[in-house]
Write a protein that binds this ligand. Structure first.
Ligand code: FDA
Length: 301
């Protein structure tokens, strides 16, 4: 089994997830998770805002199979929205529909999402739906489309590895979109498998959405992609206010600050909370070098 597959299957292990929640941030996760409480995440946002970096806040949560857990997740997200408003922070929300009950009852999930999006709308705060695995793709788009009829402060993610993503960019061209390579293990029937194919598709999709003219978030740590985009926007006269770069908290920190200093819109994705385990395992799966984060913590304890 490849190392990537080992970490992907660990990311789906509910027993280990439960233990991780019980014992708090461990194994180096504190390098890539911005704390477990709202005051901690607020402090981090303030620091990043000082450097002209905006933030998207992800209240971590997976394996939600009970309505009570989804209701608790909604309450937490609403608290974050309130804090963003009260503290006048340059930040928005990232959430996963599965956290709000997508796998339990779709109408219940819709009502939870609607409450969040409506409160955020009142404060002028944007809400982005992260995209998870293929099984949840269409139902996430459906939820989003339904909300978009009433609220314009919602957008989502397009994953480059799916064959259908080019068609989806066209279909959802009225949305603000974050474009990523894709983080889950998907079937060859629906998704490219090789790094070359995914990287090629990724550039095609970014260019497609930038040319449409809707706001594009280019979420990657890949310097080759970033350099390509810098040249593409220049050659096509795409102004800086039509796109931003995004990276995850704790990764390529210097490059994050440099891009902001160069005058590009930059947004750091800030995961926080006790439910860090699956997120952390997926980061190890996509880049085993991230194990350095783990060993460094082990050796510096
Ligand atoms: P990739 O991992 O392919 O690396 C390409 C090259 O970049 C490497 O070979 C190396 O040279 C360099 N590099 C990468 N990381 C580096 C590091 N830490 N230090 C030094 N060099 C490095 N996925 C998903 O399915 N749904 C989602 O909603 C999201 N959301 C999301 C938000 C944000 C803000 C980000 C950054 C990413 C996501 N993702 C995601 C994850 C995404 O799909 C993808 O799995 C990871 O970003 C990894 O791919 P990259 O494009 O970063 O580069």
């Amino acid at each position: 089994m490849a190392l990537r597959d080992v970490f992907m299957s660990l990311s789906e292990n509910q027993l280990l997830n439960g233990m991780a929640q019980k014992y708090g941030l461990r194994m180096g996760a504190q390098s890539v998770v911005a704390g477990t409480t709202i005051p901690e995440v607020v402090e981090t946002i303030k620091e990043l805002n000082k450097a002209n970096i905006s933030c998207t806040v992800d209240n971590l949560g997976e394996f939600v199979f009970e309505k009570s857990a989804a209701t608790a997740a909604k309450a937490n997200i609403l608290e974050v929205i309130q804090a963003i408003h009260d503290e006048n922070l340059d930040a928005h929300i990232s959430l996963k529909p599965s956290q709000l009950g997508q796998d339990i009852d779709i109408d219940f999930c819709y009502e939870n999402l609607k409450e969040i999006v409506s409160v955020a709308h009142g404060y002028g705060i944007f809400v982005n739906f992260d995209m998870e695995n293929y099984a949840r793709l269409q139902s996430s788009f459906d939820l989003l489309e339904k909300l978009h009829v009433e609220y314009d402060n919602v957008g989502t993610v397009i994953q480059a590895y799916f064959f259908e993503s080019e068609a989806n960019i066209e279909k959802y061209k009225n949305f603000r979109l974050r474009i990523v390579k894709g983080a889950y293990k998907e079937n060859p029937d629906v998704a490219y498998q090789s790094k070359e194919d995914i990287d090629e598709a990724y550039l095609r999709l970014i260019e497609q959405h930038l040319l449409i003219g809707k706001f594009t978030s280019i979420a990657t740590h890949d310097h080759n992609v970033i350099n390509h985009v810098k040249k593409f926007v220049k050659d096509n006269n795409i102004p800086n206010d039509k796109f931003e770069f995004q990276m995850l908290y704790g990764f390529r920190k210097e490059m994050q600050y440099d891009l902001a200093k160069e005058g590009y819109n930059f947004c750091t994705y800030l995961p926080f909370g006790n439910d860090w385990y699956g997120y952390f395992m997926r980061r190890l799966a996509e880049r085993p070098q991230n194990l350095a984060l783990v060993s460094k913590q082990v050796f510096t304890k």
